[in-house]
Design a protein around this ligand. Structure first.
Ligand code: ADE
Length: 271
């Protein structure tokens, strides 16, 4: 995939492109990322890229000509590339959008600064507008890095086989299950026995249960949107039953030992 980033601060991308999976994807030739200085397309001695807004008011607006010049140059290189403006007014970015963008042959990111870009650029040159959240950054560069990072790891071959994206949070509408590594005992916490058992069916079941319970506790809105499979419904129902048993045990003066020990096996997730 060919990615062009149009920005007045191309150097901001140096360390982003120099490390980890992004750097590896570039070295392997799976992606090419080219930060382009919008100022190179600005006219005049001062190569001005911003100007005062018509109608007055605070702040500056990015001038249309340097943006149009840099977008046209990027389009000349790849006529099919999708041109995306990073702006807090864009559509909220999510994993689904990342997956769709990962299938594009080329992407051009336009990083707005100041009060934003001239409206004629927005209407005539931009295919899509993306926001990374309901807050205002000083420019689109960090937003572009966020989007590029999330997109490129979904391009086939970018993640190694041991870094697969298939179990990622959000990829199946759930948060990802809990993870453990060595040591087996850390402070008061032990790795759940099932993860040491070598029984992959049981480990899969535990991981699905962990994903469901932590999604229920941390992001119940995701569960409301998801069509649950019968296996997933059965796991959540078992949790409801355990909690019900625990509560009715308390009501009748007993400690709910059974339900509690069940919760212990998913340490970190207990309600
Ligand atoms: N530019 C400034 N704030 C932004 C945001 N929240 N998302 C994308 N681009 C931005």
């Amino acid at each position: 995939m060919n990615i062009e980033v149009l920005t007045i601060f191309p150097d901001m991308f140096d360390s982003f492109l120099a490390y980890g999976i992004v750097s590896r994807a570039i070295k392997s030739g799976r992606i090419r990322v080219s930060p382009v200085n919008i100022r190179d397309y600005a006219a005049g001695k001062h190569r001005q890229t911003d100007d005062r807004p018509y109608g007055g008011g605070a702040g500056m607006v990015m001038m249309p000509e340097p943006l149009a010049g840099s977008i046209n140059a990027a389009r000349k290189k790849d006529g099919r590339a999708k041109v995306i403006l990073l702006t807090p007014q864009g559509r909220p970015f999510d994993q689904d959008t990342a997956g769709k963008l990962a299938k594009e042959s080329g992407l051009v990111f336009v990083c707005g600064r100041y009060e934003g870009v001239d409206e004629r650029i927005r209407s005539d040159y931009i295919d899509d507008e993306i926001s990374i959240g309901d807050y205002v950054l000083t420019g689109g560069e960090i937003a572009a890095m966020v989007v590029i990072d999330a997109v490129i790891r979904l391009i086939p071959g970018v993640l190694g086989s041991d870094e697969s994206a298939t179990a990622d949070s959000f990829s199946n509408g759930l948060l990802e299950h809990a993870h453990y590594t060595r040591p087996q005992i850390f402070r008061a916490g032990a790795v759940p026995d099932v993860l040491l058992s070598g029984n992959h069916a049981k480990i899969d079941e535990w991981r699905l249960e962990s994903a469901l319970v932590r999604t229920f506790l941390k992001r119940p809105d995701l569960l409301e949107k998801k069509a649950l499979s019968s296996r997933e419904k059965a796991i959540l129902k078992k949790w409801c039953d355990n909690i019900e048993r625990l509560v009715s045990g308390q009501d009748s003066g007993h400690q709910g030992g059974d339900a509690l020990s069940r919760a212990d096996t998913l340490s970190g997730e207990e309600p």
